[in-house]
Design a protein around this ligand. Structure first.
Ligand SMILES: O=C(O)C(=O)C[C@]1(C(=O)O)C=C[C@@H](O)C=C1
Length: 94
């Protein structure tokens, strides 16, 4: 097998894990949305997002990867907020 094929197999395995983790994270985000709706809370919590970014940067394997960790988690939380708003909107439409 070529080196490239082996490397891609490794990426595929990680992507599989990421997909499973994204499914789990979004299911929890759904429960958070329900809580926020019931308790009349805003979806955006900047303080919590900054904590998550801080922790992600601390876990970074190198200084050079920190900006990528930050962008990845910012995007992930933006998707989480979009999903939560969609859930809250659909609940309100019922
Ligand atoms: O912890 C929350 O309050 C969430 O709604 C979850 C979450 C996240 O995806 O981590 C999403 C939106 C908030 O701005 C903060 C964090």
């Amino acid at each position: 097998m070529t080196d490239l094929r082996k490397l891609r197999q490794n990426i595929d395995k990680i992507d599989e894990q990421l997909s499973g983790l994204i499914n789990q994270r979004m299911m929890i985000a759904r429960a958070v949305a329900q809580y926020k709706k019931d308790h009349n809370c805003r979806v955006l919590d900047t303080e919590r997002e900054n904590e998550i970014i801080q922790k992600a940067c601390e876990r970074s394997a190198s200084e050079a990867l920190k900006p990528y960790q930050e962008i990845f988690f910012r995007q992930l939380m933006a998707l989480s907020r979009d999903y939560q708003r969609e859930i809250i909107k659909n609940e309100n439409d019922k």
